[in-house]
Design a binder for this molecule. Structure first.
Ligand SMILES: Cc1ncc(COP(=O)(O)O)c(C=O)c1O
Length: 378
C-alpha cells in the first residue's frame, strides 16, 4: 500500500530527539526551532514525560469513557490550576480541529443559534465546521461550504461592531486565535479582544479562544488571550498539551451546562493521553517554562529586530514570525540545509519560530548566530 501523498516532505528522516535537538538517520544533529509545529512544549523526550507515560502504559493504556477515570479529574484540576481557570470545566478530545468542532457545537447548543464569526487569515482545523471557519478556500470541500460562517477583517473592531449591529441575535460564537499562526504570526490586539468580549456579552454570543497553537504557555502566559485581560467562554487547546501525544480539549466556562450525550469521543481522555498531559503541566510548572518562554522569546525578538534586511518581527513569547522580503525567501531552506536548523513557515515569506518552551539562552544564541551568518553571507 502507498501512503496518500498529501504532505510536501523535506528529504530528512528524523530518528531521535532530545530537548531542542533532533538527529537524522545519518546521525546529523539539528536545532529544532519549529517544535514539530508548535507541538513540542516541554522538549523532546523529556525524562519526566517519558517516565510518566511509560509507567501509565504499564498499568493501563486505554479504556473508554464508560467508566470513572480519576486521572481525568487529576488532569482537569492541574490544568485549572496552571492555566488560571480553576472554575472552568474540561472536555477531552484528540486534535485541535476536533476541539474547535466541539466548541462550535457547544456554542450552538447553548445559544440555539447557527452563525459563527471568524477572521481573515484564521486557521481552525480541517474538520467540517472548523475548516469552514478557516480562511483558505483551497482546503474547503464543497460539502463544507456553508453560509453559517461570517469572515471579518482581523483586528478591526469597527467591522465587528457593524456585523453585530446587523445580525448579533443570530451569532452563536466569535472565534479567534490570540496570535494567528498559519496566517503569519499576527497578534490579536488587546482592544480587539476586549471588543469581542463586550459584543458577545451584549448579544448573548459566546467567545471561543482558539489556543491550539498560541496557548499552553507559548506566548509567555498560559493563554495568549490573557494579555487582554478577558475571559473567553471556551478555550480550545491541543498541540503543546501532549508534547506529541495526541490529546486536546476545550476549557468551558462555568455558566455552560452539560447534559449526558451532548459531546463525546472514543479516544478522548484515555489514561495514556491524560498521563502525557499531566507530565507536560508538571514540567511547565516545575521548570517555570512560561517565564522562560517570555524571557527567551523577548530576547530572540529584540535581537532579530536589530538585524538588517528583515521586514518585520512579530509575535509574543516563543511564537515569533520573521517576515522577510522576497529576496530573502530562500533563507528558511538555507537554515535547514546549510545550518541544520528546523523552522516553520507561513505564506508568503514568514519564518515561524515555535521551539520548545524550555529552550535555553545558549540555544537561542546559537540560532541567532546561524541566522546572522546566513544574512551576512548574502
Ligand atoms: C490555531 C489552530 N487551530 C486549530 C488547528 C488544528 O489542529 P489539528 O491539526 O490538531 O487538528 C491548528 C493547527 O495547526 C491551529 O494552528
Amino acid at each position: 500500500m502507498q501512503l496518500f501523498d498529501v504532505y510536501p516532505l523535506q528529504d530528512i528522516t528524523i530518528d531521535r530527539a532530545r530537548g531542542a535537538w533532533v538527529w537524522d538517520a545519518e546521525g546529523r544533529k539539528y536545532l529544532d526551532m519549529y517544535g514539530g509545529h508548535a507541538v513540542i512544549s516541554i522538549g523532546h523526550t523529556h525524562p519526566h514525560y517519558v517516565e510518566r507515560v511509560t509507567a501509565q502504559l504499564k498499568k493501563i493504556g486505554f479504556y473508554s469513557n464508560s467508566v470513572k477515570m480519576p486521572i481525568q479529574q487529576e488532569l482537569a484540576e492541574k490544568l485549572g490550576q496552571v492555566s488560571g481557570k480553576p472554575d472552568y470545566q474540561l472536555f477531552l478530545c484528540n486534535s485541535g480541529a476536533e476541539a474547535n468542532e466541539n466548541a462550535f457545537k457547544l456554542a450552538s447548543f447553548a445559544t440555539g443559534r447557527k452563525k459563527i464569526v471568524a477572521f481573515k487569515g484564521a486557521f481552525h482545523g480541517r474538520t467540517s465546521l472548523a475548516v469552514s471557519a478557516t480562511d483558505n478556500p483551497k482546503i474547503i470541500a464543497p460539502v463544507n461550504q456553508t453560509d453559517h460562517v461570517i469572515f471579518l477583517p482581523f483586528n478591526d473592531p469597527v467591522a465587528l461592531e457593524r456585523c453585530f449591529s446587523e445580525q448579533g441575535n443570530e451569532i452563536a460564537a466569535v472565534i479567534t486565535e490570540g496570535i494567528q499562526g498559519v496566517g503569519g504570526i499576527y497578534v490579536a490586539g488587546d482592544a480587539f479582544l476586549q471588543k469581542i468580549r463586550g459584543l458577545c456579552d451584549a448579544h448573548g454570543s459566546l467567545f471561543i479562544a482558539d489556543s491550539v497553537q498560541c496557548g499552553y504557555g507559548r506566548s509567555g502566559r498560559f493563554f495568549a488571550h490573557d494579555f487582554a485581560g478577558v475571559q473567553a467562554d471556551i478555550y480550545s487547546v491541543a498541540k503543546g498539551m501532549g508534547n506529541g501525544f495526541p490529546v486536546a480539549g476545550i476549557l468551558i466556562a462555568p455558566h455552560l451546562k452539560p447534559w449526558h450525550g451532548m459531546l463525546g469521543t472514543t479516544f478522548g481522555g484515555n489514561p495514556l493521553a491524560c498521563a502525557a498531559a499531566l507530565a507536560v503541566l508538571e514540567v511547565i510548572e516545575n521548570e517555570d517554562l512560561m517565564t522562560n518562554a517570555a524571557n527567551i522569546g523577548q530576547y530572540l525578538a529584540d535581537e532579530l529586530r536589530q538585524l538588517p534586511g528583515i521586514r518585520e518581527v512579530r509575535g509574543r513569547g516563543l511564537m515569533i514570525g520573521i517576515d522577510l522580503p522576497d529576496e530573502l525567501a530562500s533563507l528558511r531552506k538555507e537554515l535547514l540545509i546549510k545550518e541544520r536548523v528546523f523552522t516553520g513557515e507561513a505564506k508568503p515569506n514568514v519564518i515561524r519560530l515555535l521551539p520548545s518552551l524550555g529552550i535555553t539562552r545558549g540555544e537561542a544564541d546559537l540560532f541567532l548566530t546561524k541566522f546572522r551568518e546566513l544574512l551576512i553571507a548574502r
